[in-house]
Unconditional design. Sequence first.
Length: 367
Amino acid sequence: MEAATMAWTAAVVGVGLVYWFVWVMGAAEVKGKRAVDLKMGSITNDKVQDKYTQYWSFFRRPKETATTAASAEKVPAFVDTFYNLVTDIYEWGWGQSFHFSPSLPGHSHRDATRVHEERVADLLGAKPGHRLLDVGCGVGGPMRAIAAHSGSDVVGITINEYQVNRARAHNRKAGLDARCEVVCGNFLSMPFPDASFDGAYSIEATCHAPRLQDVYGEVFRVLKPGGLYVSYEWVTTSLYRGEDSEHVECIHGIERGDALPGLRRQDEIASIAKEVGFEVVKEQDLALPPALPWWTRLKMGRIAYWRNSLVVRVLTLLRIAPKGVAEVHEMLYETAQHLTKGGETGIFTPMHMVLLRKPASAAEEAK
Ligand SMILES: C=C(CC[C@@H](C)[C@H]1CC[C@H]2C3=CC[C@H]4[C@H](C)[C@@H](O)CC[C@]4(C)[C@H]3CC[C@]12C)C(C)C
Ligand SMILES: C[S@@+](CC[C@H](N)C(=O)[O-])C[C@H]1O[C@@H](n2cnc3c(N)ncnc32)[C@H](O)[C@@H]1O
């Protein structure tokens, strides 16, 4: 073969490989987010590195973050920065639902995710005509599954404006925009009138609140009397030992890589719920057997992480992805190791479920 022909063949194969690697291999689990579309939320490209450094210095010592009122007040703004940094990477590498779910034998991750979300709708007894609140809605994966499964209308709230735009676009694409609405706001002080929702839920979101009382108090206020609230909480379990340095490092690793101002203990959740006025209807760690491990999806992804890391580095080099994305990706890789360890040792669960009821008012009870 002539040298020129060989060079052309090599070039065509090379371009083909890059295309396959970035567009095909690098495509999201749920189509719609490709590696070449990775942005950093509403942060402009030149600010990504700075914002990441600021985020990191704030959450480096997670327990200290929530202890003073002044730093607790800053948490929502840093959580917003965190989601600017990670939202596209999450969508690209995980899909539109930003949470874990127990594995289901013989079923895809997508099915397992949907079943975990539909369980919320079933616990709430959601039905057509109901207006539900999704507290910390992300880009709306759960909201769409719950609206489709139950026929209810859902209003989601998230602190991150970039997520609001993503969620609205996904809602339109799914033909659910008439029943799913998304609002940008802080769940510690929600822009909704008292008693305006029939039911509410939060999936792996309230762990971002410095004080759980504040977000539970707000949910209590906006629920109608008799209304139900389901929450999937991130907590340490009774197996966690504060004097074991490996346990401490694992939990700190989870807090640092997930913008958490200090994980709560499993046994604190129900008492906080009662403190704000809720009745506790049911409480269960959905990660416990017979449920199958939620962390196997993280463990199985090692080759994908390696590929993603390479894709991110190449795209940064080509200036397609902003500088700083590789560091954010590395942080997520590390947090995935801590989460896996937390799951395997059983010291951590991301799915401690509580089903709470706002008591019916005395007037209504008397009817
Ligand atoms: C509830 C929260 C988020 C939970 C999960 C959705 C995310 C926690 C860790 C994330 C990930 C870790 C590794 C990433 C990987 C390196 C990358 O190549 C592709 C995306 C990841 C798999 C990413 C996906 C989302 C998570 C699993 C918190 C924040 C309260
Ligand atoms: C891990 S994501 C989970 C999203 C969604 N529940 C899901 O399962 O896909 C956590 C969500 O909580 C939101 N959040 C965190 N702190 C918040 C706050 N103070 N006010 C409103 N939303 C907040 C984030 O913006 C994000 O959407």
